[in-house]
Write a protein that binds this ligand. Structure first.
Ligand code: 6PG
Length: 252
């Protein structure tokens, strides 16, 4: 495993050999954040394909037996506006991969998709987050989440914050509706905004596969992309498979 500091303060890139090592390294970081908080823990999950292996690993006996499930609450950073049981639903994927077998139902907090439209879903989820947090304003001394998991899309989006869309500029609201996606799947989305996502002790990006090399190179060059504007007020970690990193990564 090779690690180096990125240009940004409190941002680190960690290279791992393959997808199994990626899932294991991510699981270890999540476990460390859980262990560091003896109180109620909030973890914000992500969709896409990259976190699936991590989710399955958390349900394996080794990790499952160490997680204080009663104290851990599971949220999601963005959702595709499709029914909860649609294969495209992000929380649906996480439920199938691990939550339904491990977490108390009351600790699973999906973004609703049975509302009239994504905007209404966003308002409802914002209320749920604010009541969980116990305030309508975020205090940097008390982050909303312990861990926020993230992925990066081919256009540099993260969560459902797409380049040049208004949602990326939101500074007040915690959750917004996104009527049209910029990349597949082309379904409306609901996404947490930067103020909400960044309010965490650790933001953990998982990046796998050589098809991510082009976008990860742009991210590491510091280009103004949503994935570069998502920054934890604590620590931001980019966990990347070697195949996804620029060829000269270790030499820099
Ligand atoms: C979604 C996501 C999205 C995802 C990235 C990376 O709903 O699609 O939350 O932001 O994390 O697109 O996706 P992959 O892991 O599939 O590459």
């Amino acid at each position: 495993m090779a690690a180096r500091d990125n240009r940004q303060v409190n941002t680190k890139v960690i290279a791992v050999s393959d997808s199994a090592a990626l899932a294991k390294a991510a699981a270890e970081r999540v476990m460390a954040r859980i262990a560091a908080n003896g109180d109620r823990i909030a973890i914000c999950l992500t969709g896409g394909s990259s976190p699936k292996q991590l989710y399955r690993l958390l349900a394996s006996d080794f990790y499952r037996s160490q997680i204080p499930w009663d104290r851990v609450h599971w949220f999601v950073g963005d959702e595709r506006f499709v029914p909860a049981d649609d294969p495209l639903n992000n929380m649906g994927m996480a439920r199938l991969a691990f939550l339904d077998r491990c977490a108390p139902a009351a600790n699973v907090h999906p973004i609703p998709t049975d509302t009239a439209n994504p905007e209404q879903a966003a308002r409802r989820y914002q209320s749920e987050l604010q009541s969980f947090y116990g305030a309508n304003g975020l205090d940097s001394a008390r982050p909303l989440f312990d861990v926020v998991l993230m992925g990066v899309g081919p256009d540099g989006h993260t969560a459902s914050l797409f380049p040049d869309y208004p949602a990326i500029e939101e500074t007040e609201r915690w959750v917004v509706g996104v009527p049209k996606a910029h990349v597949e799947p082309f379904v409306p989305r609901v996404t947490l905004t930067l103020p909400a996502l960044n309010s965490c002790r650790e933001m953990l990006f998982e990046v796998s596969g050589s098809e991510k090399r082009a976008i990860l190179t742009r991210v590491l060059e510091g280009e103004n992309l949503p994935a570069n504007r998502a920054r934890s007020i604590g620590e931001t970690i980019w966990l990347a498979e070697t195949a996804a990193l620029p060829e000269d990564f270790s030499g820099r």
